[in-house]
Design a protein around this ligand. Sequence first.
Ligand SMILES: [Zn+2]
Ligand SMILES: [Zn+2]
Length: 276
Amino acid sequence: MGEKRRGGEKTTDCEQEARGNDTEGLWGSVGKGFTKKMRRVARAAEDLLYPRRCPLCDRPVRPFGSLICRECEKLPVRVTGSTCRRCGKALADPAAEYCGDCLRTRHVFESGGAVFEYHSIQGAIYRFKYDGRAEYADWFGREMAEKLCTMMRQERWRADALIPVPLYEKRRKERGYNQAALLAQQVSRRTGIPVREDILVRVRATAPMKNKSLDDRRISLQGAFFACSVEDNRKSFIIVDDIFTTGATVDACAEALYHAGAVSVHFLTLAIGGAG
Ligand SMILES: [Zn+2]
Ligand SMILES: [Zn+2]
């Protein structure tokens, strides 16, 4: 995919097509109506006042104005090569079609993909979720937008809307934001695909999933999500989340969306693997 530079920020061909939506997302409240030049000035001023931190090393990013240090950008491991046709995990056997997990598990979603191997970006995701580093969403979203463009082109995914995995309201208030929604907003800003946070809701809190087996995760998530009926002309969705581990959360979301009338549900996550 071709890349262009915009004020030190890398953009994709797919993003260029979606310029009409360039003021959405984190910049939505101040960006609308601004000229591009004014937005760049505002961003530079903000960077001066509050130096942007690098998602990988967590120090002020170098060179100034970038979303990630030039050296740190090489560190995370991208999911490449042969991947599982269902969950997008890298395959040890290039001749295989599905990973062991997907051979054992009947997933509800159609298919999906992730940008990075979880182990290589674990610390960044932890700070993003638990240490208030919401600013990391800019770089994460840029990478996810690029991945989504590739998947839509190669796998012929349809996408009427991006649906972030919702947090239970109490947890969202404690954290101050829903990390999946921040990622979806950044992907939307760069692709022009709208974010819908009004379709899928988490109606029940669930205990942390870490270290739980797949069966325990599925039991814990039963009835946790509810989706409103979807409009006739908008029925293909991409679920957006930070990590794909067993797929239990994405399956629970997909089940609610299909129940509400969705015709296709795929997923896009920042990372895959690990014990999320
Ligand atoms: Zn760095
Ligand atoms: Zn798989």
